[in-house]
Design a protein around this ligand. Structure first.
Ligand SMILES: Cc1cc2nc3c(=O)[nH]c(=O)nc-3n(C[C@H](O)[C@H](O)[C@H](O)COP(=O)(O)OP(=O)(O)OC[C@H]3O[C@@H](n4cnc5c(N)ncnc54)[C@H](O)[C@@H]3O)c2cc1C
Ligand SMILES: NC(=O)c1ccc[n+]([C@@H]2O[C@H](COP(=O)([O-])OP(=O)(O)OC[C@H]3O[C@@H](n4cnc5c(N)ncnc54)[C@H](OP(=O)(O)O)[C@@H]3O)[C@@H](O)[C@H]2O)c1
Ligand SMILES: Cc1cc2nc3c(=O)[nH]c(=O)nc-3n(C[C@H](O)[C@H](O)[C@H](O)COP(=O)(O)O)c2cc1C
Ligand SMILES: *[C@@H]1O[C@H](CO)[C@@H](O)[C@H](O)[C@H]1NC(C)=O
Ligand SMILES: *[C@@H]1O[C@H](CO)[C@@H](O)[C@H](O)[C@H]1NC(C)=O
Ligand SMILES: *[C@@H]1O[C@H](CO)[C@@H](O)[C@H](O)[C@H]1NC(C)=O
Length: 689
């Protein structure tokens, strides 16, 4: 029997069928392209948050929206501690991976803990796009069954401080969800993220105990994964530090016939980009800033002037060796992690070796959290040491004085506390889950996509300074920037011993993947864009490495002028700041740019450390030109600020307030309202870190 459709039905049916086909194709395509990357796959068919929660018999929900991993880390720690302290069966997931339409059907006794980071102009992280859309269309009563806790991660140096969490909080309460406990906020700007979290957590645990009638028990670490050790034989399916499993040898789809990697490349699938050129930008030997050029040709990655590129680093030999030794690990051990249920994600490619995980997948250096002391103390049998750990973990002030101020890495601090005795009794699987995972680092692109279509330039200042309070520990070093410098010195055949490189890296990478001179990267789009009308004047403020995107902007304008007739450019005024001529970045390039943009491009340089001269900062130079700046703003100038978020961006913002309030003869508050509208309309743009 033939089924009859009328025209409308057929139309709907076709559209549906197409959608389904498109959906399946896309999935298939992704599966092919990403070739079953088990480290990223979510092992469940459903995206319905409530269905997955019920399927996995979970009784508590933690969700996070994170850009660079901070709120993800804390959400996971929170989930872990809840599970251990209160025997809860906690589901902890990224909002990116689920649909929330049915959230209101959550079982009554399940509370949702929400962790949200802020980006841009008070926006949610990129991956939370759908989540945000869902929030926006909620109606009163839509979430009347929901109880939640709320914690935001932000930086008070930004205008829209914790804007994303505040926005989410507002929308949830309008939908009549009920908050449990206080609305917690972490401020990276005052360097107190960890303390803010710990303070909030202590109070929220009490609230949750009341709300759910929970009983506390002694914390005992339980792995979230099924951990197993495999025979110590490395074959092609064992990761040795490949950024994702698609880079394992013999993965059929990771290369095409010409030996090129296949994309699409994005934040979950980095491109291993050749570094074609490097240059030291500073002239004195006490500081370094490396110019690096990545070749993206053949990768099909597109970028626009003003975007960011993320570099995926690995740890240096010295720190890897120290970590392995302190914990008495065997680098050669091959291990596997399997999710205990469908909601768990494996954090990095497995099976792998302990050595590879320590070098490539864990963030083994950097500031440490007070909380790790209380959890690691469960493995300590010696009472004096256990007491010391517990005392420090509860005392904010003592921790700051005795630990944070000394720039200890985890291995350093443990050795210091145990007087050099090794910590080989700490289980490896505990470290895998407790030590933060390595995150890519972002850099403002300093090339222009119209002059360098296939090449991305970055301008990275090397983080390397003597440890101010514990010099015996050696210099304090940044992971990525010292890696870039090691590559630069090796590539240019400079005498590394003579240049006193503080740490050394394995530049070959896993199975030679990074040889010669390659690193995994991905591009992230930003909103830092030139005005589309070239006649619009622009004011750029970028001291130090903050000048990076403006080099890109100026190169873009030069290309425009040389490729089109009769372009009339508005004024391009750049305020740059450095200590003296030794750290004047791209010193030799600017005169040439000025010549090519004769009459419209002007660079004002503020020197802060010329002997015998007063310290001048960009904001001082701005005040000297305030009449002209006011005039440009009146003409509709776009304002761009890039670089240090803490001091500079705030001072520059204040300076603009002064210029506006004096120019218009209005109050600072009124001027502040004007700048706020500039920010929301994209005429005042910040790229600060
Ligand atoms: C959007 C964006 C754009 C950016 N653009 C640029 C750019 O154009 N140029 C640029 O140079 N940077 C830029 N950055 C900063 C960059 O992403 C990195 O943060 C920076 O290069 C440091 O990375 P690292 O891996 O070398 O240092 P990390 O290893 O991340 O270390 C960070 C800091 O911690 C210190 N540290 C190390 N160990 C410890 C310890 N035990 N205790 C306490 N402190 C410790 C290090 O010395 C360093 O100062 C940008 C950041 C963002 C978010
Ligand atoms: N401590 C922090 O919180 C923080 C924040 C951002 C960057 N940094 C560090 O700074 C180092 C180099 O960064 P960089 O190369 O981009 O910049 P930089 O070389 O340190 O600074 C560039 C110029 O900006 C000046 N400056 C300092 N404070 C300023 C302020 N409040 N307003 C305006 N100008 C200011 C500096 O002067 P003087 O140096 O002479 O004062 C210098 O002339 C890195 O090691 C980075 O980690 C530190
Ligand atoms: C490019 C950039 C933009 C940011 N914008 C804001 C902002 O507008 N408001 C705010 O409170 N914090 C802002 N922050 C700070 C982050 O929210 C904060 O560092 C947070 O801890 C990061 O969390 P995540 O690692 O989970 O993404 C910004 C940080 C960066 C790097
Ligand atoms: C937040 O502000 C602090 C100032 O204390 C600054 O050092 C840090 O880099 C900022 N963090 C981010 C992610 O912008
Ligand atoms: C590689 O080793 C793993 C673990 O020992 C094993 O499970 C797997 O079958 C081996 N694969 C191949 C292709 O030999
Ligand atoms: C450029 O300007 C000149 C003189 O003003 C004019 O003759 C010419 O046609 C213009 N060219 C274009 C492409 O507009």
């Amino acid at each position: 029997m033939a089924i009859k459709f009328d025209k409308l039905d057929i139309g709907v049916f076709c559209a549906l069928a197409l959608a389904v086909v498109a959906y399946l194709q896309l999935d298939k395509l992704r599966a092919l392209i990403f070739s079953d990357d088990s480290s990223l796959a979510v092992h469940s068919d459903s995206r319905d948050i409530v269905e997955v929660l019920k399927e996995n018999k979970k009784d508590f929900l933690v969700i996070y929206a994170s850009q660079t991993g901070t709120s993800e880390d804390y959400a996971k720690k929170f989930a872990k501690e809840l599970a251990q302290k209160f025997s809860l069966n906690v589901m902890c997931v990224d909002v990116e991976n689920y649909d929330f339409e049915n959230l209101n059907m959550l079982p009554e006794n399940v509370i949702v803990s929400i962790f949200i980071s802020t980006y841009g102009e008070g926006d949610l992280p990129d991956g939370a796009f759908q989540f945000e859309e869902w929030l926006q269309y909620l109606n009163p009563g839509d979430l009347a069954n929901i109880r939640y806790t709320m914690f935001g991660f932000g930086n008070s140096t930004y205008e829209f401080y914790n804007g994303a969490a505040k926005k989410t909080e507002k929308l949830l309460s309008e939908a009549e969800a009920k908050r449990v406990g206080s609305f917690g906020l972490a401020d990276d700007g005052s360097g107190s993220t960890d303390e803010d979290y710990l303070g909030w957590k202590e109070s929220i645990f009490e609230d949750l105990k009341d709300a759910l009638a929970l009983h506390e028990r002694e914390v005992v670490f339980e792995s979230s994964y099924d951990y197993s050790e495999l025979p110590k034989e490395v074959n092609n399916s064992i990761s040795l530090g490949e950024p994702i499993t698609a880079y394992l040898p013999g993965t059929p789809l990771s290369y095409n016939d010409d030996g090129k990697q296949l994309g699409p490349f994005d934040s979950t699938h980095p491109y291993v980009a050749p570094i074609v050129n490097t240059r030291e930008l500073m002239k004195s030997s006490d500081r370094n800033c490396i110019h690096v050029e990545f070749d993206l040709s053949g990768s099909n990655i597109k970028y626009s002037t003003g975007d960011h590129i993320a570099v995926w680093p690995s740890n240096p030999d010295e720190k890897v060796a120290k970590f392995i030794s302190v914990f008495g690990l065997d680098s050669e051990t091959v291990f596997d992690l399997k999710p205990k249920d469908n909601t768990m994600k494996i954090p990095f490619p497995v099976p792998t070796t302990i050595g590879a995980a320590v070098r490539h997948y864990l963030q083994i250096s950097g500031p440490i959290s007070r909380q790790i002391f209380s959890s690691i103390s469960q493995y300590v049998s010696e009472t004096a040491l256990k007491d010391k750990l517990n005392a420090l973990s509860k005392d904010k002030v003592a921790f700051a004085e005795q630990i944070t101020s000394k720039y200890f890495d985890l291995a350093d601090v443990l050795l210091y506390l145990s007087n050099g005795v090794k910590w080989d009794f700490v289980p490896w699987v505990y470290l895998v889950e407790t030590v933060p995972h390595m995150q890519p680092r972002y850099y403002s692109i300093s090339s222009s996509s119209s002059t360098e279509k296939q090449t991305v330039h970055i301008t990275a200042v090397v983080e390397n300074f003597p440890n101010p309070t514990a010099p015996a520990l050696g210099p304090v070093t940044g992971v990525t920037t010292n890696l870039l410098r090691h590559i630069h010195l090796t590539k240019t055949n400079e005498d590394i011993a003579k240049s006193t490189l503080p740490v050394h890296y394995d530049l070959n990478g896993p199975r030679g993947l990074f040889s010669p001179y390659k690193l995994p990267v991905h591009v992230r789009r930003s909103t830092f864009r030139l005005p589309s009308n070239p006649a619009t004047p622009i004011i750029m403020i970028g001291p130090g490495t903050g000048v990076a995107p403006f080099r890109g902007f100026i190169r873009e304008r030069i290309k425009l002028v040389s490729s089109q007739e009769n372009v009339s450019l508005g004024k391009h005024l750049l305020f740059y700041g450095c200590r003296n001529d030794d750290d004047f970045l791209y010193h030799d390039e600017w005169p040439d740019y000025a010549k090519k943009l004769d009459g419209v491009f002007e660079m004002v340089v503020a020197y802060s450390r010329i002997p015998g001269k007063p310290k001048v900062y960009v904001q001082h130079s701005m005040m000297e030109r305030k009449a002209e700046l006011y005039e440009l703003i009146e003409k509709g100038a776009f304002i761009y600020v890039c670089g240090d978020a803490k001091g500079m961006a705030q001072d520059v913002h204040k300076t603009f307030l002064d210029i506006l309030s004096q120019g218009k003869d209005i109050t600072t508050e009124e001027a502040s309202e004007i700048l706020k509208t500039f920010k929301t309309s994209g005429k005042y743009l910040e790229d600060v870190w």
